[in-house]
Design a binder for this molecule. Structure first.
Ligand SMILES: *Cc1c(COP(=O)(O)O)cnc(C)c1O
Length: 368
């Protein structure tokens, strides 16, 4: 029986899917969780009660508003989206990436993105049967526009993804470079601003200047990862096509209600992100003081570090034993050799991490 199931699976499931590894999420029960760029704060004070009261009024027996009209109007105001541009919502921006890829997929069609970058771009390329071209960043993760433009001429990508700030490096490529890529791109450029709340960058104005650009944002990193809500902003001509591929009720009633509630109380989220930005600079300074640790400047809610004298994988495992989960990026890309990524948490969590990290590193440095 078992052998015959396997035979049928192997015959029917696309080879490239069989070759994939599913997106790995480590068990984090009871741990200090600094691995996934989540906001560590919950609703303060009685806002938690107000939120559950709002949810109690939701009709879960009914399908959601398929266009999430009320929520979309609030998002338009919150993000200052000009009337001339459309907004489409996704079940996380991951779903939006997939929708765009589905719309642009086809024989010889490719997705191009700088690397190291967000892993979902390449995974979704495979889901949708597209080729993926990853172009290495420079030694300090800067974008080499000349090399990128040359690669675009060669591969003629249907779509280029640029995350600004970039994950997992945390830096901005700079607006001028982004403009050069857009101008040299024969396809669509998706500007992924998942970390916008933690940077001073805002590329929305570029929509006015180019017709091959869409802007992607998410509620995840600003504090609502559990809701799964991504936002795509762009010209009607693009979004009307993408909207055909959107599954009818992709934003559930609880998410619609919760996100409206969040935007009505957005000051709370803004305060939290401001606090995290301040903690990020404290964490960066503290990391810079540890011998043989090189932190990279970040415009996001995480910091990438390279270890000069200790094996990142071992240090990661030792932190995990102490109940602290970060992300080990060694092996993910040649430019990330011996690198770790730490999400900025609460002051307490950051302090617990720093103390454990220093202790572990000391033992490595002294045993050399
Ligand atoms: C986290 C992240 C996203 C995905 O966000 P969701 O809205 O939670 O799906 C998209 N792009 C980048 C660069 C990210 O780091």
């Amino acid at each position: 029986m078992k052998a015959s199931v396997l035979k049928r699976v192997q015959k029917l499931v696309r080879k490239e899917i069989q070759a994939l590894k599913s997106y790995h999420v480590p068990d984090s029960k009871g741990m200090i969780k600094l691995d996934a760029m989540e906001n560590p704060f919950q609703w303060p004070g009685d806002l938690g009660n107000k939120w559950t009261e709002a949810l109690a009024g939701v009709s879960v027996n009914r399908y959601p508003d398929p266009h999430a009209a009320e929520l979309t109007a609030k998002i338009r105001a919150f993000m200052s989206v000009p009337e001339e541009f459309d907004i489409m919502l996704g079940n996380g921006s991951d779903e939006l990436i997939q929708t765009i890829a589905l719309a642009l997929a086809g024989e010889g069609r490719s997705i191009m993105a700088p690397e190291p970058g967000f892993v979902m771009y390449s995974m979704i390329a495979t889901f949708c049967g597209m080729d993926y071209v990853g172009l290495p960043l420079g030694n300090n993760f800067e974008l080499d526009t000349a090399a990128f433009k040359e690669a675009m001429e060669q591969h003629e990508p249907a779509v280029v993804f640029l995350a600004q700030p970039n994950n997992p490096t945390g830096n901005l490529f700079g607006e001028e470079k982004v403009r050069r890529i857009i101008e040299g791109c024969p396809g669509l450029v998706v500007l992924d601003e998942a970390y916008l709340p933690f940077s001073d960058s805002n590329l929305m104005p570029l929509l006015q200047d180019y017709d091959n650009v869409v802007i992607m944002r998410t509620f995840s990193k600003m504090g609502l990862a559990g809701l799964r809500l991504g936002v795509l902003v762009g010209r009607h001509e693009w979004l009307v096509e993408f909207d055909k591929l959107r599954l009818p009720y992709n934003i559930n009633v609880l998410t619609q209600e919760s996100a409206k509630f969040a935007l009505d109380n957005v000051d709370v989220l803004n305060k939290q992100t401001a606090l995290l930005r301040a903690s990020r600079s404290e964490l960066y300074t503290a990391l810079g003081k540890i011998p043989f640790v090189h932190p990279y400047q970040s415009e996001a809610n995480f910091i990438l570090v390279r270890l000069d004298r200790a094996p990142a994988r071992t240090v990661f495992a030792q932190l995990k034993e102490k109940g602290i989960l970060i992300k080990c990026l060694d092996g993910a890309h040649p430019l990330l050799a011996n690198c770790l990524r730490i999400t900025v948490g609460t002051a307490q969590e950051n302090a617990a991490f720093l103390s454990a990290f220093e202790t572990i590193l000391k033992s490595h440095h002294s045993s050399e």
